[in-house]
Design a protein around this ligand. Structure first.
Ligand code: HEC
Length: 116
């Protein structure tokens, strides 16, 4: 039993390492560095570095976050709610992964994609 525990810890660490290797590309863009890092870690896989859906995101019908029409209509509250609750089978909820402050800090990052 004790051995098993160690194995599962090792595999979790291995998965985390793999994830960070793929997603941990340094970002040097304007805006709040920590929030941009959060975006890179948690959102980029589907929404792309600049808010344009990736192949994975496109397959799930992810919103194009650069869409000016959507940006002009969506409220900050709606963006926060989407990040908190997600959409079943499309986007996972983040309210258990990120703090309220972290979720709030992602709003300006999402907004920055609408500015050209
Ligand atoms: C697994 C892929 C995936 C990840 C990771 C992901 N999203 Fe999404 N996101 C989606 C999909 C798919 C939709 C479209 C959902 C729908 O149509 O209801 C979406 C929709 C959205 C929307 C638009 C909601 C609206 O009003 O239409 C916002 C904003 C958003 N995501 C932000 C984020 C942020 C911020 C993160 C990181 C914390 C994130 N997403 C992570 C797949 C993802």
């Amino acid at each position: 039993m004790a051995k098993r525990g160690i194995f599962s810890v090792v595999s979790v660490v291995a998965v985390l390492c793999a994830w960070f290797c793929v997603s941990g590309i340094p970002v040097s863009k304007a805006g709040d560095g920590d929030a941009v890092k959060l975006y890179t870690t948690h959102c980029k896989a589907c929404h792309g570095e600049n808010g344009k859906p990736t192949e994975l995101g496109f397959g799930l019908e992810a919103r194009d976050l650069t869409d000016a029409n959507w940006q002009s209509k969506v409220t900050d509250e709606k963006i926060i709610k989407q990040i908190e609750d997600g959409t079943p089978e499309k986007m996972m909820p983040f309210k258990t992964k990120l703090s309220k402050e972290e979720i709030n800090s992602l709003v300006p990052v999402v907004r920055s994609f609408g500015k050209k």
